[in-house]
Design a protein around this ligand. Sequence first.
Ligand code: HEC
Length: 186
Amino acid sequence: MKKILQSLLVLSSLTGWANEAPWVADARSVASSIPPKLLQVLTDEIGKGGPESAIEVCKEKAPQMAKAASEQSGWSIRRVSLRNRNPKAVPDSWERNALEEFDRRAAAGENLSKLDKGEIVSEGDKKEYRYMKALPVQQICIACHGPVDTLKPEVISKLQAAYPADKGTGYSIGQIRGAMTIRKAL
Ligand code: HEC
């Protein structure tokens, strides 16, 4: 039985059914745990002091949550975007491909809340589990990631001060803003 399961696992990763492998379920649950928490903190803070005061929260809380979840789960976790705001949120080539694939799948009408990708990636003699979960733009995101001419002047000036090379504006609802990206050595 174990043999059969093992060969099924190998087969699934070879045939591109990797999304169904057990490690993908684990990755999916780790990556899915952060966005709702962040959304809650963002909603609370925007309610209290408007988007201009929530920028700080997003800047400090998002990396903190990723760090805590990394320590708890053993997966290394961060966020990336094809049009990054944080200068460190630049995707590597595997992530870039996945983000471009998400854009195509979103344009083709796939369910945005389920848009993800898992793959076993080899580089030299290193093998890794890699997983990404798309972060679609919702109404609340527009206050800080929408077209610049629609943002509050206070938001624009805070963003300019903190992120002089910001590329993370100009989005509309239903587009993919970026992704949670998580990886673990195999
Ligand atoms: C209050 C303003 C604000 C709101 C609302 C907001 N963001 Fe952001 N977002 C930011 C800031 C500031 C950063 C940079 C954080 C950092 O320094 O890591 C950021 C970074 C990101 C990143 C990381 C990649 C990058 O470009 O640096 C993603 C992905 C992202 N936001 C998605 C979203 C999504 C999806 C929503 C809506 C659910 C959202 N954001 C709502 C302000 C906001």
